[in-house]
Write a protein that binds this ligand. Structure first.
Ligand code: ZN
Ligand code: ZN
Length: 210
């Protein structure tokens, strides 16, 4: 299974001087898990925000695939910035939890175990139904969605959304997978020294607002 970041998640703040007053552009990361053996399937994790459909189709094409060749679409959670281009993938089975588009009743345990080549773990906190996707190969990747916001955690500035205990426990759960890389919903892939820095920051996270 090849892990390909089709689109890095973005979150551009709208500033008024030094103050964040909103956001100008937001799109969750879109990840392609490309099949490399006959047993594997092509999987998309999260489908981004409105306005990115053409870009997704173009990026898939660069990787030799058409939307119809995607067998599964997984959702970390159903916020608009992560789930708006679902309609592109007409042949895919949706796996996003018991609340959402999971119309294939053959998927056991609400889809947590049924997708070949990946492990789906529950990571509540950002929203209670949040999931992260673990892909183990030469490297272990965790596709973390909004269960980990590296910028907020490293800066200790949550822009008015301080972490709750579930969020902290989920971030620790992600590190317990011993990832070589974390793909967050917003911002660049975290690996190497940055990953160690983030690991330490997660260990020190607290629900107390400074
Ligand atoms: Zn998001
Ligand atoms: Zn979200």
């Amino acid at each position: 299974m090849k892990v390909i970041l089709l689109k890095q998640g973005i979150h551009e703040d709208k500033m008024d001087g030094n103050k964040v007053v909103g956001c100008t552009e937001i799109c969750g990361a879109i990840i392609l898990l490309k099949s490399e053996t006959p047993e594997e399937e092509n999987i998309i994790v999260d489908t981004g925000n409105l306005g990115y459909a053409d870009e997704i189709v173009e990026k898939l094409k660069e990787n030799g695939l058409a939307p119809d060749e995607i067998k599964y679409v997984l959702f970390t959670h159903r916020h608009q910035d992560h789930s708006s281009n679902d309609y592109l993938f007409k042949n895919a089975v949706r796996v996003g939890g018991p609340w959402f588009w999971n119309t294939d009743k053959s998927l056991d345990n609400n889809g947590l175990k049924a997708v070949p080549g990946v492990e789906i773990i529950e990571t509540p906190g950002h929203v209670s139904e949040h999931r992260a996707v673990v892909v183990k190969g030469d490297k272990t990747y965790v596709i973390a969605g909004d269960a980990i916001h590296p910028k907020y955690i490293l800066d200790g500035n949550y822009e008015g959304m301080p972490p709750n205990q579930d969020y902290i426990d989920s971030a620790k759960k992600i590190f317990a997978q011993n990832p070589d890389a974390i793909i967050p919903g917003h911002g660049p892939i975290v690996e190497g020294e940055k990953l160690e820095e983030l690991r330490k920051a997660v260990e020190n996270m607290t629900v107390e607002v400074k």
